[in-house]
Design a binder for this molecule. Structure first.
Ligand code: ATP
Length: 324
């Protein structure tokens, strides 16, 4: 065991559903273990402002089901600098913080690594809807985002079938096609475009036209935001190529980030929050909690920030096969 007496928690980077559930788990687990808990507002930016306040058990009540993050989140350029990190260490010291849980995406883990390297006991928790992080099968927020996407596809398919349309549905994910591929499988898409598997407009058009000729009443095309063809460009080209269906675009955008976390995300966030505090109190640092198989286990932050998550093209192929 360590002598951590005051533990802080912050959320950083893009918000993800389940962050609140995790804040609650971190705070309650730390309080249960006799620690003071400090909530840092607005990620590393708030940390540099010294914007932090004690969190008690009641303050994290009623948030288990709320999307977003009660602590707020932000991106900070200053924190990327050596001066920013030195200043952050000093501010934490002034506030008597001797352990930190960082909830966020891969950039946030880079920040956590930087503070760990300066000697602060620190544990990361992965939270990003993109699921682009090495070291965890699932990050907090991914399952909720997928449920939101699935719901949207189901609704769009109703109208697509009625009008014999091809719907181009753009999903988030930046350079990672995870959300798009999974959306393709669970939403029954005819075509999925992801950054990891570039295609030509002609290939997409051939698939859509083929689906039309096979008697399909609609066509769902999922386009990851990082795909090699822009959604608008593809829609314009398909319209000109007369592939059978008329085309419509829906860019799902930030609705994928919001909403009540699913049961899966709440459970994952609770487990990871508790494990993060347990790890810190047991003297572990410089690690991130990862879902490995069915277990939540620590993985080195060094690996998280240096290794690249590989795209799982098996699901991509599965989506293609099931579109027959
Ligand atoms: P998301 O995946 O949802 O975008 P993220 O955590 O990857 O979340 P970023 O904007 O990449 O979001 O990172 C959040 C913050 O982490 C940055 O604003 C910055 O303050 C800090 N950060 C990112 N990279 C580094 C780095 N190399 N060194 C120190 N801090 C960093």
């Amino acid at each position: 065991m360590t002598d951590i007496k005051r533990l802080a928690v912050l959320t950083s980077g893009g918000d993800a559903p389940g962050m609140n559930t995790c804040i609650r788990a971190v705070a309650r687990c730390a309080l249960f273990n006799g620690c003071d808990v400090i909530g840092i507002r607005d990620g590393y930016e708030g940390l540099l402002r010294g914007d932090m306040a004690p969190l008690d058990a009641r303050e994290v009540g009623g948030i288990i089901q709320r999307g977003g993050t009660i602590l707020g989140t932000a991106r900070s350029e200053e924190f990327r600098t050596e001066a920013g990190q030195l200043s952050a260490m000093q501010i934490l010291k002034q506030h008597g913080v001797d352990g930190l849980v960082v909830i966020g995406g891969d950039g946030s883990m880079r920040g956590a690594r930087a503070l760990a390297a300066r000697g602060l006991p620190i544990v990361g928790v992965p939270a990003t809807i993109d699921n682009d992080m090495w070291g965890t099968n699932m990050a907090i927020g991914v399952d909720t985002a997928l449920n939101t996407i699935c719901d949207a596809i189901d609704k769009l398919r109703d109208t697509a079938s009625s009008h014999r349309r091809a719907f181009l549905i753009e999903t988030m994910g930046r350079n990672c096609g995870y959300l798009a591929v999974m959306a393709g499988v669970i939403g029954g898409a005819e075509v999925v475009l992801i950054p990891e598997a570039p295609v030509t407009i002609e290939e997409v058009a051939a698939k859509v036209e083929d689906a039309y000729k096979r008697g399909k009443t609609h066509s769902i095309i999922i386009v990851s935001e990082g795909a090699n063809i822009l959604t608008t460009e593809l829609a314009g080209a398909l319209e000109k190529m007369s592939v059978g269906f008329s085309t419509r675009i829906t860019i799902l955008g930030h609705i994928q980030r919001g909403g009540r976390p699913t049961a899966f995300d709440r459970l994952l966030a609770s487990r990871m929050g508790v494990k993060a505090v347990d790890a810190l109190l047991a003297g572990q640092t410089d690690v991130m909690m990862g879902l490995r198989g069915r277990e939540v286990e620590p993985v080195p932050l060094e690996d998280v920030v240096t290794r690249q998550r590989e795209a799982n093209l098996d699901y991509y192929e599965m989506a293609k096969m099931l579109a027959f």
